[in-house]
Design a protein around this ligand. Structure first.
Ligand SMILES: Cc1cc2nc3c(=O)[nH]c(=O)nc-3n(C[C@H](O)[C@H](O)[C@H](O)COP(=O)(O)OP(=O)(O)OC[C@H]3O[C@@H](n4cnc5c(N)ncnc54)[C@H](O)[C@@H]3O)c2cc1C
Length: 343
């Protein structure tokens, strides 16, 4: 049995039948029998019980610098280059990569500072924070089909990035192990400061913006090193303008963000807060006092306790707002991924 405690940031004690570290793409040539799960840092997963299969842990490292590009996307050696291509091993920690880029004078990723997990997992749910989504900065993704060993390269367009989603979450694509991500990153700093908390500040460079994002996140979110959690447990729901108007009539100001399709993104944390579920404790699990969207392991929690609290919170929100929360965290059971309705 392979102990997964160090491979899930909820810090739950769960086991897989086998664990394999993948340090190079060639390591995937060894056949996998039975069900398998790909893991990076385990910061977006909830194991609801032991897993009767193999866990493939991505530790493919390395950062390679490609050509600089001009405004037309053509390789150039002159000083007018606007972007650079960078190929990164999927096992590199995203935050280490961001720190390295900033030290090298390469920008664009600073708003995503301190998001836990690996570069290889980041395209899966198109990680985003403070008004930036990683898909915007990706040129292409390299992957291998775990069962056939076939190499696949998907362009940014083929990845179909959207809010906390991509093609990699669609049926038929879960066999792909992301080995490398190729980024197209700007060489000049353009601060993305549309998000609350960044608007009132002036940033001289990417390092200053990164420092501010780190300060905001540290203030609001529990550090999984000390308090087990997987970040936002639920996605922010999208609703119609009519639903927003209905909520405003009852609650006054409602935090929401207009989307390009005319719908609004509501803050799930606000809904949970209004449903009186912020900072609650049920046994060894609770919701974080400074961000209700985060479910935390208060020490020695069992998987079923996390599931029960998540179900309780979603039921309270449904009762009060007639809205269904959907988990952002990926759920795994004995034989592989399971849906929210199955637990
Ligand atoms: C404190 C905290 C804060 C967070 N804040 C944010 C945030 O601001 N924004 C945000 O978007 N997310 C956030 N997250 C969620 C999480 O960090 C991201 O989803 C991250 O990309 C997960 O990376 P990982 O390596 O830990 O993936 P894992 O949890 O190991 O895996 C997540 C999913 O991706 C799949 N996967 C992983 N690696 C690969 C691969 N190489 N190939 C194919 N499939 C793979 C897994 O099978 C699984 O389904 C937060 C989490 C925590 C704990």
């Amino acid at each position: 049995m392979f102990d997964l405690s160090a491979y899930n940031t909820f810090n739950l004690t769960v086991y897989a039948q086998e664990g394999r570290v993948i340090a190079t793409p060639e390591d995937l040539a060894q056949p996998v029998r039975g069900p398998f799960i790909i893991l990076g840092g385990g910061s977006d997963v909830l194991f609801t019980e032991d897993f009767a299969g193999t866990v493939l842990i991505n530790r493919i490292m390395g950062i390679e610098y490609g050509p600089k590009l001009d405004v037309h996307g053509q390789p150039t050696a002159d000083d007018n280059a606007t972007h650079i291509l960078v190929r990164v091993g999927g096992g590199v920690l995203l935050d280490d990569f961001i720190a390295t880029m900033i030290a090298e004078g390469i920008c664009g990723l600073e708003n995503l500072s301190l998001i836990p997990g690996t570069v290889g997992a980041a395209p899966i749910q198109n990680v985003g924070a403070y008004g930036v989504e990683i898909g915007e900065l990706i040129a292409c993704v390299e992957a291998r089909e775990v069962l056939s060993g076939k190499c696949v390269t998907l362009t940014k367009e083929q990845c179909r990035f959207s809010y906390r989603s991509s093609i990699f979450k669609e049926q038929g694509w879960s066999n792909l192990f992301i080995t490398h991500v190729i980024f197209k990153l700007p060489l000049r700093f353009t601060p993305q400061v549309n998000y609350a908390g960044l608007q009132s500040c002036e940033f001289k460079n990417a390092a200053a913006l990164r420092a501010r994002v780190i300060a905001l996140r540290t203030e609001k979110l529990p550090n999984p090193k000390y308090v087990g959690n997987a970040g936002s447990f639920f996605k922010n729901p999208y609703v119609s303008a009519a639903k927003v108007a209905e909520l405003q009539a009852h609650y006054g100001t409602v935090p929401c963000y207009l989307q390009s399709d005319g719908r609004y993104k509501l803050a799930a944390g606000w809904l949970i807060d209004q449903a009186h579920c912020r900072g609650i404790k049920h046994g060894q699990v609770g919701t974080w006092g400074k961000q209700a969207l985060v479910i935390v392991n208060l020490g020695g929690a069992k998987p079923h306790e996390v599931v029960a609290l998540a179900k309780y919170v979603s039921a309270e929100v449904r009762n009060q707002f007639a809205l269904d929360l959907v988990p952002e965290v990926r759920l795994y059971g004995k034989h592989g991924e399971i849906s929210w309705d199955q637990i």
